[in-house]
Design a protein around this ligand. Structure first.
Ligand code: ADP
Ligand code: 5GP
Length: 192
């Protein structure tokens, strides 16, 4: 299978909107989807494992890899760096596997420019207060970090219409089904 036949799906949107939850449900329904493990300079949260949840890198190592051209995209987000390593994506594409990227908006814009064939989905919250309540309910970020993420989210929400597809994550099952339909439609055009 050639790379031209493989599919890349970019799932973007503000922190706390439910990207991770939706992708998890999506991968249960479509097990062939492979998730790219991102790199970050953020410290691991309790329960996160290096190489599984992220490749946790020191800032110097992240910068070295930027200079070496190892990133497909990267961005500064809320005081840390996050990026997609080419090695996470290219091997899977070459093997014909569909790949999912879960990334914030600046990175999604970069992928839109460098991989225009990638399917882009913006996940939107159902209302103004849902991001705060979901971030608080998730319990992974302190009040200061939540405030910072909500400030970034204000900007990110303005980018919604830039993206090819928008899915409102109101009810998780319903939104997963809508996302699944977008993915299956693409996979039926170009299996992989
Ligand atoms: P993201 O990956 O975009 O930061 P998460 O998937 O971690 O978001 O979801 C943030 C929180 O919101 C989690 O606690 C998750 O269980 C919850 N959540 C996700 N989707 C919904 C939904 N549709 N309705 C209510 N809560 C949700
Ligand atoms: P968190 O700290 O909650 O794990 O992630 C913070 C934000 O960074 C989320 O919006 C998440 O989607 C985004 N993110 C995770 N990995 C990447 C990546 O590889 N590139 C970019 N640009 N953003 C990422």
């Amino acid at each position: 299978m050639t790379s031209a036949k493989s599919s890349v799906f970019v799932i973007t949107g503000p922190s706390g909107v439910g990207k991770g939850s939706l992708i998890s449900g999506l991968r249960e329904r479509i097990p062939s989807l492979q998730l790219s493990t991102s790199a970050t300079t953020r410290k691991p949260r309790g329960g996160e494992a290096d190489g599984v949840d992220y490749h946790f890198l020191e800032p110097e190592e992240f910068d070295r890899r930027i200079a070496a051209g190892e990133f497909l995209e990267y961005a500064d987000y809320s005081g840390n760096r996050y990026g997609t390593l080419r090695s996470e994506v290219e091997g899977r594409i070459a093997a014909g596997h569909p790949v999912v990227l879960e990334i914030e908006v600046q990175g999604a814009r970069q992928v839109r420019d460098t991989m225009p064939a990638a399917v882009q989905v913006f996940i939107a919250p159902p209302g103004h207060d849902s991001l705060r309540s979901r971030l608080e309910g998730r319990g992974t970020d302190n009040p200061e970090a939540i405030k910072a993420r909500l400030a970034v989210a204000e900007e990110e929400l303005l980018a919604r219409d830039e993206f090819q597809h928008q899915v409102v994550n109101d009810d998780l099952e319903r939104a997963t089904t809508e996302l699944e339909a977008i993915v299956r439609d693409k996979l039926s055009q170009s299996p992989g």
